[in-house]
Design a protein around this ligand. Structure first.
Ligand code: ADP
Ligand code: 5GP
Length: 212
């Protein structure tokens, strides 16, 4: 009788999942796109819940939108090496970071993991995961119109005061200049079209069509 080969005795390990890094200036519609995208992908894609020191907005819950940490908790976890990347965003003393615990176990289990993070954090995540898929969301096809559209959306969202909107638009100029570091640029003019395009990017990259 033929002996089983070493390979045939091994349980089949799930294929490693893919990391997806999505960025774009504040107010461009990232959270809205991600929410709709995840409705479509179901468990095939998991959103990494970032940690932040900024206070929760009305309606945000700890562990759902973010893990809300004090500055001391954030600093301790940073010193312990718990972050894949972390940065101080908007020069306001608020830290944001991706916890390794949100990423590595899920990739190992074959899930795709989506990071919605700023351009500096994205550069670090992409350096650590060169096979990651990167998507930049912009507000208008014409670069000189993008800032005006962002201003309107931030005002309409109504979550920031005038000073915070001005600061976010200042940062947005620098972020729009970094769009070239991404493999894909998606214009969020029509929301449904933008969601379709991001979904297509993932399926073209091999996102499994069935549930895992
Ligand atoms: P971000 O997460 O990038 O800061 P949000 O998802 O909070 O942005 O979107 C900012 C505002 O713009 C929200 O009020 C959202 O409903 C709105 N919005 C998103 N996409 C569009 C779009 N394509 N057209 C018009 N408004 C949009
Ligand atoms: P907000 O305060 O509007 O929720 O997010 C502000 C910015 O922080 C957004 O540009 C968002 O992409 C970014 N951000 C959220 N989580 C992370 C993270 O874990 N790492 C980094 N580098 N940026 C993040």
């Amino acid at each position: 009788m033929e002996k089983p080969t070493a390979d045939s005795r091994q349980p089949t390990a799930p294929a490693e999942g893919r990391l997806v890094v999505l960025s774009g200036p504040s107010g461009v519609g990232k959270s809205t796109i991600v929410r709709k995208l995840l409705q479509r992908t179901g468990d095939r894609v998991r959103l990494s819940v970032s940690a932040t020191t900024r206070p929760p907005r009305p309606g945000e819950a700890d562990g759902r939108e973010y893990h809300f940490l004090t500055h001391d908790e954030f600093a301790l976890r940073r010193a312990a090496g718990e972050f894949l990347e972390c940065v101080e965003v908007f020069g306001r003393g608020h830290w944001y970071g991706t916890l390794l615990a949100e990423v590595t176990p899920r990739l190992a289990a074959g899930q795709w993991v989506l990071l919605e993070i700023d351009v500096d954090g994205a550069a670090r995540a992409l350096a650590a995961y060169p096979a990651a898929i990167s998507v930049f969301i912009t507000a208008a096809a014409a670069p000189d119109q993008a800032l005006g559209v962002l201003r309107q959306r931030l005002q309409a969202r109504g979550t920031e005061d005038a000073a915070s909107i001005a600061r976010r638009l200042e940062v947005a100029k620098h972020e729009l200049d970094r769009a070239d570091q991404y493999q894909h640029i998606v214009v969020n003019e029509g929301l449904d079209d933008a969601v379709d395009e991001v979904y297509r990017i993932l399926t073209d990259a091999g996102l499994p069509t069935g549930r895992i």
